[in-house]
Design a protein around this ligand. Structure first.
Ligand SMILES: *[C@@H]1O[C@H](CO)[C@@H](O)[C@H](O)[C@H]1NC(C)=O
Ligand SMILES: *[C@@H]1O[C@H](CO)[C@@H](O)[C@H](O)[C@H]1NC(C)=O
Ligand SMILES: *[C@@H]1O[C@H](CO)[C@@H](O)[C@H](O)[C@H]1NC(C)=O
Ligand SMILES: *[C@@H]1O[C@H](CO)[C@@H](O)[C@H](O)[C@H]1NC(C)=O
Length: 598
């Protein structure tokens, strides 16, 4: 009797552990700290090529924090209101309030990028009740212990939404839980207050809140909270680098992936509410006393704030909470979270789309045009070295890029210009981060993505792999089948490249090594990717046929990371942050957007 009673209790406990989630029909219910959520079962094979799992579970629009409107605007994110019963999590949540993108999409490209980034985004409305996330997993058992990958979307910190990025293919091919998150954008992210506990960096605090949700809940979705990788592209990638620098994020993730963007520039000074005052005035609020301004601002609608705001690129704030020092100083002092880091760039980030508004120079570029562009493109370099002299830097840059080429060949000059933007905007900071992080003896892997996709025949011939191009491969878009909701005409070789890249990314998330297939659903015969160390400086060329190499753009990296700091009097940098006020700097910052990804 006693015996069978004990075993019945044990069985009951065991079953209840296994069945925190339960599936009925096409739906599945999982418990979270705020209440139960109902996701749906997605049959993979009709829309995804050669899946490892015939179905996955998808949960959309799970709130991880409360609405940030009204009193909670420009405040740190708070817990969501718990709910009774089962919450329907089958539709994407709202995206965060945002202005229309200032970034023009070429008409030929719009259908292609639009299918991808407009996927789900077009139909989703925007508000300040936007702090929600989506989960994709093939196994919701609490014992599944799958690695977790949390995606931080790009969009210049001013636009975008997590639900645009389909997690279906990664989850259908791999033992991995994919989470895509929203975070506050534009002025809702970047305006400063004088509150002591959290005066700034609201979008980053949201990202941290989402990572706390993952710690508390992801086991119930089949994930291992001890094996969390954050990954992101463009401003999402820069967010990843800032989370690597933030003490608030320590322990919330274990590995990081940055795709095209590492932030090693100064931050803004805390307590600078000039931009907040500007927007308050424009929205019809008094600016003094401070308390009245803030209650008036918090009383306005999201639309009022958007209308009063200005487009621009928000700099992170050295607030003593999220960031203890300017990012460039933190890197110099190696004050970074010790997490494995896979990071890289595309070989032509400015090849086409990011350069459109500044001129494509289809017929080449004169040396005079090259020189005329420099003050814009070196703007942020100037910020990094406040005591440096731009009149010294500019001739040095001209010498570096045009000194040993035929300055009369307009195409050669244009090519040097595009390389310059690529180096200064993306590659130099990525290489510096790889160097710094590998010196902390964590595992670092660097890549350069080189493949120009076959779906872009309309791009000028000189364009190689540009900004955003690797996204298609990381998210397995070439694997989508004819009868998926949408599909793009990739080739079989491109499908293989996508399979390789997805495997590298998930292997890294699982084992800290893109080559290590332990725990993988399937093994691929992919090229070996050597680790970046301070002495190897190895990196992987991701292309239809991938191969390893060393010292990416070695001479140019020495120029930006060793010669320029000396030229600009690096030893003189003592201030933790430069003071950037929007009134004066707004316009240059807007122009410099094209340096920092949209
Ligand atoms: C959840 O929402 C979806 C989409 O609107 C709907 O089809 C489904 O019936 C809803 N489920 C429940 C239990 O209400
Ligand atoms: C989303 O909107 C963009 C821009 O209007 C368009 O190009 C794209 O095709 C749309 N995508 C979908 C999936 O509807
Ligand atoms: C900057 O360098 C230029 C050229 O060498 C020099 O003429 C100028 O005086 C310098 N400015 C400062 C503030 O040192
Ligand atoms: C990438 O591979 C293609 C096709 O094999 C090749 O033509 C191209 O030169 C490679 N890119 C680079 C940068 O090596």
């Amino acid at each position: 009797m006693a015996n069978s009673g004990t075993s019945a209790v044990c069985t009951a406990i065991f079953i209840s552990i296994l069945c925190i989630c339960y599936a009925f029909g096409d739906f599945v219910v999982v418990s979270t700290t705020s209440g139960d959520v109902q996701g749906y079962q997605f049959e993979t094979s009709p829309s995804i090529g050669s899946p490892a799992f015939d179905h996955i579970y998808i949960f959309k629009g799970i709130p991880y924090a409360a609405s940030t409107s009204g009193k909670l605007r420009l405040r740190p994110p708070q817990d969501p209101t718990p709910w009774e019963g089962i919450r329907n999590a089958t539709r994407s949540g709202e995206k965060c309030a945002q202005r229309p993108s200032i970034y023009p999409m070429q008409p030929e490209a719009a259908p292609l990028y639009g299918e991808f980034l407009g996927h789900d985004n077009n139909s989703t409305s925007a508000s300040e009740d936007c702090l929600n996330l989506n989960v994709y997993t093939h196994d919701v058992s609490v014992l599944a212990n799958q690695p977790v990958m949390v995606w931080i979307h790009g969009g210049g910190f001013t636009s975008g939404t997590g639900s645009s990025y389909p997690g279906e293919v990664l989850a259908a091919h791999h033992n991995v839980v994919i989470v895509t998150i929203n975070y506050r954008l534009g002025d809702f992210h970047s305006l400063q207050t004088l509150e002591e506990d959290a005066p700034a960096n609201f979008g980053y605090l949201d990202q941290i809140k989402a990572l706390q949700w993952v710690q508390a809940n992801i086991r119930n979705f089949g994930g291992d909270p001890e094996k969390v990788t954050i990954f992101g592209e463009s401003s999402g990638s820069q967010s990843v680098s800032l989370l690597v620098m933030s003490p608030l994020a320590t322990g919330l993730f274990h590995r990081a992936i940055s795709q095209s963007g590492v932030w090693i520039l100064p931050g803004r000074q805390v307590g600078d509410v000039a931009a907040t005052e500007t927007i308050a005035s424009a929205a019809g609020c008094v600016t003094t006393p401070y308390g009245d301004m803030m209650s008036c601002l918090r009383g306005k609608s999201a639309e009022d704030i958007l209308a009063a705001g200005r487009p621009g690129f928000p700099l992170p704030v050295v607030d003593g909470h999220f960031l203890m020092d300017a990012p460039n100083n933190l890197v110099k002092k190696q004050q970074l979270n010790k997490v494995d880091y896979l990071l890289g760039t595309n070989n032509d980030e400015y090849g086409w789309m990011l350069s459109i508004t500044r001129g494509l120079y289809a017929d080449g570029m004169t040396a005079a045009e090259f020189q005329a562009g420099l003050p814009y493109y070196l703007f942020f370099v100037g910020l990094t070295y406040p005591k440096g002299n731009m009149s010294v830097l500019i001739p040095a840059v001209i010498q570096e890029y045009l000194g040993s080429v035929d300055k009369d060949d307009l195409f050669v000059v244009r090519d040097q210009f595009v390389q310059l933007k690529n180096d200064v905007g993306f590659v130099a900071s990525t290489v510096l981060m790889a160097e710094t992080q590998s010196a902390q003896s964590v595992r670092v892997y660097q890549y350069e993505f080189q493949h120009r996709s076959s779906i872009f025949p309309f791009k000028p011939d000189f364009v190689k792999a540009e900004h955003m191009d690797e996204l298609f491969y990381v998210f397995g878009i070439p694997l989508l089948r004819q009868d998926a909701a949408w599909k793009l005409p990739f080739t079989d070789q491109e499908r293989d490249l996508s399979l390789d890249i997805m495997a590298y990314w998930v292997n890294f998330a699982n084992n800290g090594d893109p080559n290590d297939f332990s725990g993988a659903a399937r093994i691929r015969d992919s090229a070996d990717w050597p680790r970046y160390t301070p002495s190897s400086k190895a990196y992987m060329k991701l292309n239809l046929t991938s191969s390893a190499d060393v010292e990416l753009r070695e001479k140019r990296m020495k120029f930006w990371n060793e010669v320029v700091p000396k030229l600009m009097g690096e030893e003189d940098i003592t201030s933790a942050a430069v003071k950037v006020s929007w009134g004066f700097w707004g316009f240059p910052i807007l122009l410099a957007c094209f340096l920092c990804n949209i």
